[in-house]
Ligand binder design. Structure first.
Ligand SMILES: [Zn+2]
Length: 701
């Protein structure tokens, strides 16, 4: 065991031999020099402390041993220390007689040397020694950094608990240090040693002596192989910690096993009860069958004749009807005409060649005609559905495009055929290298995802998509906002899916009845969240993933745009979205530079499209509003049947459609159309149409 402090080093062998080196002016000499000048001296050490611990201990003064800082030559037998009980007397005297305390005896008190692993895992050696001027303390760690302090008598009195003599104090210090209740903190040049009763030593880093001290300490460590024992001590600590962890794991496993065991017992009990129930039900069934057969026999009937299944529900009555295959039934000749109208074949090769590169993906399903062939075919088109659809498509870029006819002439295919035509119109298949088969699958599923509601059916999806198409094209939206191809794609898809799987009952209804969807989306834009989530879920399947062709960053961008604009169609958020739009527009009209400005403008586009009915030609407007009222009344009936209050404007017993429409025009439609017209002047005409429609209601009322 050893103790190191400024100058001397003491080695205490387990045999009781003490080795003692003294070096004068250590800070002024080189390490080698210091070693040469060391003067080993062996003293016989009479071990008095029978509880001597192998990890360190108090160096008991044997009476022949003086303060190590005094020159060794001056040692003499005359320096006998006073009895150890003297400090107590002095202490006692001071308390009672109020006399100044004499510190002469201090230099005979035992020096302290001990070691412990500090919180950073390194072993720290500490020594304290009472010298002429007071208490001298030093600490050294395994990096060789040395910290020292000298406390004068006043400071010693301050840190020593008043009721303790120095021997008790030193013992307490040593004990705490070894038990690691003696905490060590480092910050820069300082080390703080804190005992648990808040006695604190602040030791300063001593640069001058650090190197010398460390060389001396490492010599000693090497010669006595103390490093090894340090390591094994660390190893023991680690093993003990590992053992504790394992013990904890075992306890946890035992607890878990108990829980599992009890749940198994419960399950077994339940199964037993279920089997009992099952048995008695089976018996009952046998009895009933026998009774039934007896009854039939008695009445002279054949039981097989009495099977009378319910008639199948009328088709299209309610709920969406998923497709049995990936795509709807395709009218290929119609698709050929549509493709030839917008992207006729350049030459014969477009019609027959093998498809190789991604550039050919747009030809996967439908091969176009040559331009002149198309013209001839169109001229000779017989009267019928195909002719009507093609006539309808003539107005694809016009405000009075008629989705009603399209829906009727294409077996409920308004979204499918309008989307196909618009993608060709924007040349998206070729520009984005979209796989035509995937697009056809996707359009088919989107259309099939709409319920046959009075209003929120696939026609409404096609209608909103058409108005968005119009605003971007004729309204100059694409140009003004400097949209990229994938932005246009995102907007057309957002519009076509914006009411996907709409159940014909609005957000308020879902919240009121606490439907599953309202719980899933926490009453926030319940349906809008649902439309989006359903479609993005569909797109996770590769054969429906319309964004397969986009770069990952564009796909993410398109998704974000879709989410932003479809959530904005929640009329519950109208004041918020419209307010943001008005404030932004009041600043300036440069909305193309920032993504969020762009998306705000696009949100307004889809919002306008969603409620554009009021700005459409009167006959269309009336058709749409009648359908909307029909759906509202259906919800009102539902509410009444549930015993709930019927929502305003949804009570067929109190119809006042006109009043509602005029208010809606005044507070929502006109301000919104006007401000969009302010940004896109080409759209201003819609305000005039809305005013005409409003006048119609005033007249009717
Ligand atoms: Zn809608």
């Amino acid at each position: 065991f050893f103790s190191a402090w400024f100058g001397p080093i003491v080695i205490v062998h387990d045999t009781g031999i003490v080795q003692f080196w003294s070096v004068s002016s250590v800070s002024n000499v080189l390490p080698k020099e210091s070693k040469r000048r060391m003067r080993p001296m062996i003293l016989n050490f009479e071990r008095k402390d029978t509880n001597h611990k192998p990890t360190g201990g108090t160096f008991t003064n044997n009476g022949k041993f003086a303060s190590p800082l005094e020159p060794l030559e001056n040692l003499s037998d005359s320096q006998t220390p006073p009895a150890l009980h003297e400090p107590e007397t002095a202490h006692h005297d001071r308390d009672h007689k109020n006399e100044p305390l004499s510190h002469d005896w201090l230099k005979f008190l035992p020096p302290l040397f001990t070691s412990c692993p500090d919180p950073t895992g390194k072993t720290l050696y500490i020594s304290a020694l009472v010298v002429g001027q007071g208490l001298y303390m030093s600490a050294i760690d395994l990096n060789g950094v040395c910290y020292t302090t000298t406390l004068n008598y006043t400071e010693v009195d301050r840190i020593r608990p008043m009721q303790q003599d120095f021997e008790t104090f030193f013992k307490a210090m040593e004990k705490q240090f070894q038990e690691r209740t003696f905490r060590v903190y480092r910050s820069g040049a300082k080390v703080m040693l804190i005992l648990k009763d808040d006695i604190c030593f602040s030791l300063l880093h001593n640069d001058d002596t650090a190197t010398v001290m460390w060389n001396m300490v490492s010599d000693v460590l090497e010669s006595f192989s103390l490093r090894t024992s340090d390591n094994s001590a660390e190893g023991v600590v680690q093993l003990r910690e590992q053992l504790e962890r394992l013990q904890n794991d075992i306890n946890e496993e035992i607890a878990r096993k108990k829980v599992l065991q009890s749940s198994i017992t419960r399950s077994e009990e339940e199964e037993r009860q279920n089997m009992q129930k099952y048995g008695s039900l089976q018996n009952e069934a046998v009895t009933l069958t026998q009774e039934w057969q007896q009854m039939c026999e008695a009445m002279g009937l054949d039981p097989a004749d009495l099977d009378n299944p319910l008639p199948p529900p009328a088709s299209g009555s309610y709920g969406r009807q998923p497709l049995a295959t990936d795509t709807r039934e395709l009218d290929i000749s119609l698709l050929v005409l549509l493709k030839s109208k917008y992207s006729p074949a350049n030459d014969e090769s477009d019609r027959f060649r093998e498809l190789e590169s991604p550039k050919d993906r747009w030809l996967k399903v439908v091969r176009p005609l040559l331009s002149n062939e198309y013209k001839t075919q169109m001229k000779n088109l017989p009267e019928g559905k195909t002719q009507l659809v093609m006539k309808c498509m003539e107005k694809l870029d016009e405000w009075d495009f008629d989705v009603w006819t399209l829906q009727d002439m294409t077996e409920q295919g308004s979204i499918f055929y309008a989307a196909y035509a618009m993608f060709l119109r924007w040349d998206l298949f070729r520009r984005l290298e979209i796989d035509e088969q995937i697009a056809i699958n996707f359009f088919s599923q989107v259309e099939a995802g709409y319920h046959p509601n009075a209003y929120h059916n696939s026609m409404h999806g096609a209608d909103v998509m058409h108005i968005v198409h119009y605003i971007l094209l004729k309204g100059q939206g694409k140009e003004k906002l400097q949209l990229k191809d994938h932005d246009v794609l995102a907007m057309l898809v957002a519009a076509m899916i914006h009411d996907f799987d709409h159940p014909g009952l609005n957000n308020n209804f879902h919240i009121k009845v606490q439907s599953y969807l309202s719980t899933l989306y926490n009453d926030r834009s319940v349906l809008e969240n649902h439309h989006l989530a359903e479609v993005f879920d569909l797109m996770k399947t590769p054969r429906f993933n319309l964004f397969h062709c986009l770069k990952p960053e564009h796909a993410l961008d398109a998704r974000e745009t879709m989410i932003e604009v479809v959530l904005a169609t929640d009329m519950g958020l109208h004041a918020k979205v419209f307010g943001a739009w008005k404030r932004r527009l009041a600043q300036n009209h440069t909305l193309h530079k920032r993504k969020d400005d762009q998306r705000l403008a696009l949100s307004m586009c889809i919002k306008m499209a969603d409620i554009s009915n009021c700005g459409r030609p009167l006959d269309m407007y009336l058709k749409w509003s009648t359908k909307l009222v029909e759906e509202f009344f259906a919800q009102g009936d539902n509410e009444r049947a549930r015993g709930d209050t019927v929502s305003p404007f949804m009570d067929r017993q109190q119809p006042h459609m006109g009043k509602g429409q005029v208010a809606f025009m005044n507070y929502v439609i006109l301000p919104m159309f006007e401000s969009i017209g302010e940004y896109l002047p080409e759209m201003m005409f819609a305000v005039d149409i809305a005013l005409t429609n409003k006048a119609y209601w005033k007249q009717v009322e």
